[in-house]
Design a protein around this ligand. Structure first.
Ligand code: GLG
Length: 833
């Protein structure tokens, strides 16, 4: 029961809201109004969730009027818009960011306080909107925040999954997955718009029919119809009037009941179509970097692309004077990875089959409209679809893709006459062993711009992934180094540091201009500032220590060095390299209990794809070995290992402000960019990392003195691989490494259970150590000795931490989005008055 419960116990119903000049009073009235009239609760019986829902609705009221203003400004001026197509948006909670961006955060806090509502309980009752797997989905969420903040007319399109990424729990150290039913208590942020529903078709077959002019025309017939209903989430910019939307599609059947089937006597059969259609937006696929070619996934992709394109065309054509002639002037579409790449063929189908444009006209519109972002070089992540599956689900699109490819290969042949190998390398269709469609090739061919997500990644993209495409299409490939929104990842998640920054800079507008943080560099040597900065870090660590106690039952000291690795569990990210180092430290401590080392708390958080056995084995190994270390009194608490369950945006917001050290230890060349690295550095954590992805650029910004770089470079990795990498060479050459691996391979940590970590052990040795963990181990361990030495010198560490915060302004997603807008989208801002 909240304090309000007793204070307001006699209030049965709040009066209808009255306008008030006092913003706090009017927010109070609005919250009470929603509590009573939207949710039918009285203040006495209201739970924290009721208060959350009422507060969210009150916040939404602030946004909807600005949303309407924004949309009419865009419509009236017939502006050019950017449409961001993404199968994932990892939004997290929306309450604080909505209030902050709408500029009513302080007033709302005060209103709730005056109502006697427990703020912490209220905000804890919001479920994360976890409609994404990892970096790709979170990037989309940061981007739409920046688009609105920069007053850019933009709409994000995606799927309104009923179940987001699974909720993770541990049982005996094993990951178990539970469904994420984030919608069951309602979704206060979503505005449903049945009037904008779209009907789309799928399956069926292609028939050739005579058209009016006596020509054969292919027609897509006997299709299955689906309906997409949009749910809009308002996306407010920070410090501006603009409120854009994120439009997420929910799938429905066209007819709730199949009357034919019903008349034949089967009620269940009759409703089945409805159930099948609704399956499409049911659940997010939980794979971060593998595509398993499942039909439902392809159907999801097509469904959301087809609905979105129809909606885009509807919006364009309803303006008088608009037509196909100016479509590409008004419409820019960004494909977030190849997941929406079918859009290239779908727009072609519309233009040719439905609008009767000729091929060249249609193709010109398409290549002016689309641009594609690549997020990874890992071969297992590059989408390919079997031709037979495509023939069944999207038969007309398959024909069109073949024709796109035929024309594309003519260009290839003209460039490299007689070179058949070049044809098969560049083809959209992969031959041999069951034909497959290479979606990345389709996306490159159908777009005017293709970008990588960090400087190094873009270089490798041009050199290794699409070597001939860069020659074939000069200038098409560009870099757009990723960024993160400083609103969520500093202002909202680290209020104490934010207040210190505002005070020190003497201005509050740094969340809109992150380069202003540079001025903090002048304070980095000042003992008083260092103390304030590190005192905030310590308070954040105390809070995280409480969370660790709560979630893991492990007691940790806030005086220890908090060493964190938080990201999806993937072999290439090398959580197992971190584990080898932990076991090495443990062994050193057992051999010498008086070893002088800075006490460390290793914090992990990561989900593994449910079908990814090695990743799950690594989770189990960290949990089980960690538990043994945590309970070993011989090492006097110098080492603690905490694996926090159910990593998600909300947990990241808790961990990041409390981190001292940020582990970014992927094998060079494998992590396209990384974005957690940026969030941690911004909050004053130092990076221990390889020269991979955006780590390279973080190093350039903060300077060599303020980062711990170790391990092989991309070139060295390649050279070692070409020379024939043998993990056993490193195993035999390094006594400590050998002892550590043997120990993990023994049943020491799992008495009575042999070979518990066999998959991990196998991967490191007989499996060939594909990500070269052993080759980088010694250099990693040495880098940690340098970390230890730096941390002992508190003023030096404080200075390094401050320098990180001061110098990472480049990684604001505002900078990234400005670059996309200027270089790829040609998209001017439209201020809303
Ligand atoms: C990818 C990459 C990350 C990248 C992110 C956003 O693996 O390195 O930072 O996209 O571009 N699929 C991903 O998570």
């Amino acid at each position: 029961k909240t304090k309000a419960a007793s204070a307001q116990a006699k209030t049965v119903a709040a009066p209808r809201r009255r306008a008030s000049d006092d913003p706090v009073e009017s927010i109070k009235a609005s919250i009470l109004d929603h509590l009573t009239h939207t949710f039918a609760r009285d203040t006495a019986g209201a739970t924290p969730r009721d208060w959350f829902l009422a507060t969210a609705m009150s916040a939404r009221d602030h946004l909807t009027s600005r949303l309407i203003k924004t949309q009419s400004a865009h419509n009236d001026q017939n502006v050019r818009r950017l449409y961001y197509l993404s199968l994932e948006y990892l939004m997290g909670r929306l309450l604080i960011s909505s209030l902050q961006n709408a500029g009513v955060y302080d007033h709302t806090r005060q209103a709730l306080e005056e109502l006697g509502v427990d703020w912490e309980a209220l905000r804890a009752s919001e479920d994360d909107m976890g409609l994404g797997n990892g970096g790709l989905g979170r990037l989309a969420a940061c981007f739409i925040d920046s688009l609105a903040t920069l007053d850019l007319p933009a709409i994000g399109y995606g799927i309104n999954y009923e179940f987001g990424l699974f909720r993770q729990a541990f049982e005996n150290g094993h990951q178990v997955e539970n469904p994420d039913s984030w919608m069951i208590y309602g979704t206060p942020w979503e505005l449903m718009h049945p009037e904008y529903q779209q009907e789309v078709q799928i399956y069926g077959e292609v028939e050739n029919v005579f058209d009016d002019s006596g020509n054969y025309r292919p027609q897509w017939v006997n299709t299955h119809k689906l309906v997409g209903v949009p749910n809009d989430i308002p996306v407010p910019g920070y410090g501006t009037e603009t409120v854009n939307i994120l439009r997420l599609w929910t799938s429905h059947a066209t007819e709730p009941l199949d009357l034919n089937a019903f008349n034949e006597g089967g009620y269940v059969e009759a409703v089945r179509n409805k159930a099948t259609s609704e399956t499409i937006s049911k659940v997010l696929y939980p794979n971060d970097k593998t595509e398993n070619g499942k039909e439902l996934r392809l159907v999801q992709q097509y469904f959301f692309v087809a609905c979105s394109l129809k909606d885009i065309i509807r919006r364009h054509m309803r303006v008088e004077g608009n037509g196909w002639h100016n479509f590409a002037d008004k419409v820019a579409v960004q494909l977030n990875d190849t997941h929406p790449a079918i859009a290239v063929a779908e727009l072609l189908r519309i233009l040719i089959d439905e609008e009767s444009l000729d091929w060249d006209e249609a193709w010109a519109i398409i290549t002016k409209t689309f641009a594609y972002t690549n997020h990874t070089l890992l071969p297992e992540a590059l989408e390919k679809w079997g031709v037979p599956l495509y023939a069944r689900v999207l038969p007309r699109h398959l024909q069109l893709i073949y024709e796109i490819n035929r024309r594309h290969l003519e260009t290839v042949a003209a460039k490299w006459p007689g070179d058949n190998e070049m044809l098969s390398t560049c083809s959209i269709v992969e031959e041999g062993g069951g034909k497959q469609l290479r979606m990345a090739h389709l996306a490159v061919v159908g777009s005017h711009a293709v970008n990588g997500v960090a400087a190094l990644h873009t270089e490798l993209l041009k050199k290794d992934l699409f070597p001939y495409f860069d020659t074939l299409f000069p200038g098409k490939f560009r870099n757009k180094t990723n960024g993160i929104t400083p609103r969520r990842w500093l202002l909202d998640c680290n209020p104490a540091l934010s207040a210190l920054i505002t005070k020190t800079l003497g201005r509050p507008d740094w969340p809109r201009n992150l380069d202003l943080l540079q001025a903090l560099g002048k304070e980095a040597d000042q003992p008083a500032f260092q103390q304030e900065f590190m005192a905030i870090k310590r308070v954040n660590k105390v809070a995280l220590a409480e969370t660790i106690q709560e979630l893991c039952g492990i007691e940790v000291s806030p005086d220890a060095l908090f060493d964190v690795q938080i990201k999806r569990l993937h072999e290439y990210k090398r959580q197992h390299l971190n584990l080898l180092h932990i076991v090495a430290l443990y062994r050193r401590l057992l051999q010498n209990p008086d070893l002088d080392m800075v006490p460390r708390v290793f914090v992990f958080a990561a989900k593994a794809a449910p079908g990814y056995d090695l990743a799950k084995n690594i989770i189990r190994a960290i949990n089980v070995i960690g538990a043994r270390i945590n309970h070993d009194e011989r090492i006097q608490g110098k080492l603690k290992v905490a694996f926090l369950p159910n990593y998600r945006v909300t947990l990241a917001e808790k961990i990041i402000p409390a981190a001292d050290l940020s582990e970014q230890i992927s094998t060079a060349g494998k992590e396209a960019s990384g974005t957690g690295n940026m969030k941690l550095a911004l909050n004053g954590a130092l990076t221990i990392g390889t020269l991979d992805g955006a780590n390279v650029e973080i190093g350039e910004e903060v300077g060599d003195d303020n980062i711990f770089i170790f391990g092989m470079t991309v070139e060295e990795v390649e050279a070692v691989r070409n020379a024939g990498y043998r993990p056993y060479d490193f195993y035999y050459a390094d006594e400590e490494l050998r002892a550590v691996i043997d120990w993990i391979g023994s049943d020491y940590f799992t008495p009575g259970e042999r070979h518990a970590f066999a998959p991990l052990h196998h991967s490191l040795l007989d499996g060939g150590d594909p990500y070269m963990v052993l080759a980088d181990f010694r250099s990693y361990s040495d880098a940690h000795l340098a970390v230890d030495a730096a941390y002992r010198d508190s003023p030096r560490w404080a200075k390094m931490a401050i320098m990180n915060t001061a110098r990472v302004g480049k990684f604001s997603s505002d900078r990234t989005i400005r670059e996309y807008a200027e270089d790829i989208w040609n998209l001017p801002p439209v201020p809303v008055k």
